[in-house]
Design a protein around this ligand. Sequence first.
Ligand code: GSH
Length: 337
Amino acid sequence: MGASSSKRSKPSAPLELYMSKHSPTSRAVWFYFVQNNLPLELKVLDLQKGESKSEEFTRLNPHQCVPFLKDGDTLVGESQAIIRYVAHRYTNFAGLGDGNVKNPNWALIAKIDATICWLHTELYRDLFGKFIGPALFGMGPESARDQVVEDGEKRVRKHLDTLEKVYLEKTDFLVGSHATVADVFCAEFVSLLELKAFDFSSWPKVQAWFRRMKLLDHWAELHEEHRAMAKHFSGVEPEQPEPPKQEPPPAAAAASEAKEEEKPSEEKPTEEKPSGEEQPATQEEKPAEEKPSEEKAPEEKPSEEKAPEEKPSEEKPSEEKPAEEPTADEKPAEGEA
Ligand SMILES: N[C@@H](CCC(=O)N[C@@H](CS)C(=O)NCC(=O)O)C(=O)O
């Protein structure tokens, strides 16, 4: 990954992201785009209806899977490659290092990258390919399924031990004190365990980290469909923590203090923001030695609102058939196994 000394500007036209809100790799890319205020046009495919296999989509992506990016004439497949492309081109490597473009912290960059590799080739392979996939989506031969799922769950528990004792032992996020792209992928993969109402209580650091991730801006709204799907499968809607109340700004505080004089029984909010909320996941960080003349590109509002919205599945959970949805994940997962 090369580093550049000049700041990148945001895309002039919306990035077209082909995705499914039930796909963890799609959600990772979507979350990254929204976190980084990239102009975005969502192209939501209904995988159950075979829309990833349509002629039109196959012409764009012969691999017939999402996520997939169209940025003008540039076509990019694979979730990791999409994020790296966007990070190189538009976000000054947000979430993939410390944002210091002149003097990159290579050790940090390598650690984030290595973590992303581990997550995809080990955690996700076992978590989806050997546990959630066979258990909920009928992956693999039926005769061996129980054994595969039992073995897969053991592997997942071992990976959660690794997250607890290695990655999160001393830090709030997988690679240091800020959320990075590694955290985004990991949180999306771990969220699949919610389809089985998995009990994380044996891994308190993982549990606290996952909660921290869920408190990041935009997590709640980007995971509405996921929560509905989890409820559909497990009967339990995953917890979406409420953001803690913030201290009112000084002017408002003064006003409320005046009111408190009238009503002495009312208490001032004292709750503190958790560290995870203070640090927007993966957002471009401002390098200390950034030249003042290098102005940040004007922030554009993500055009996500314009995207064709799927009907919130909470309304009609029985009509959904998410069980068939992530089937293409079977291919890479089985291939890797
Ligand atoms: N390695 C790919 C995985 C992509 C993938 O398997 N996507 C699934 C959804 S999670 C898909 O598009 N499946 C197509 C289908 O089920 O028709 C990535 O990281 O982007």
